[in-house]
Ligand binder design. Sequence first.
Ligand code: GAR
Length: 218
Amino acid sequence: MTKRRVAILISGRGSNMTALIEAAKQDVYPADIVLVISNIANAGGLEKAREAGIETATVESKTFGKDRDAFEQALQDKLAAHKIDLVCLAGFMRLLTPWFVKQWDGRMLNIHPALLPSYKGLHTHERALKDGVKIHGATVHFVVSEMDSGPIVMQGAVAVRDDDTPETLAKRVLSIEHRIYPDALRLVASGGARLEGGVCKTDAKASPEDTLIAPTVI
Ligand code: GAR
């Protein structure tokens, strides 16, 4: 099995990054995490990546100011130098230009803390609670130019509780994120996901517990 060479882009604590690194330790996992890049110099995830023995790089967006093209060219150069096949955005809080997205068309994934296409953008848990939704979750999708859009590879859901706060809900959604991101990357890296007319179809089966009703009455 030729493993796909993966770079993870982060801006923060990197818990999804860690979930991907852990999964990729398995011999049968179809991807190797070979590089972690942060656009924030002191992102907590960088230290965790180093501890896991993964090469890290910082391409600090701040130093490029408004010159997004130069920032993205610097990112692109790092990815090319490491012969990267697939890019995973994991809490990478920078919007990418159509040029960069095109370089990675069909080869760049993102994780978002909501059941897209609902709750694009920030403060997803707060907004979901305000709306009183009963089911919330997370999505792994291919990246397209439009923010938090693009073919959906995998979603995971949790029941929302009446006494949830944004923090308690975020915690349960995050543990779902840590399950679906490694599984989604496994699918994509092994060639088990394909794009058909802007929709992602996969070789995976529906979950045996494929109904979630919330709240449950009895
Ligand atoms: C995660 O919840 C991820 O879904 C979210 O940022 C957090 C990063 O946490 N991403 C977005 O909101 C992107 N739109 P992590 O650094 O611990 O993985």
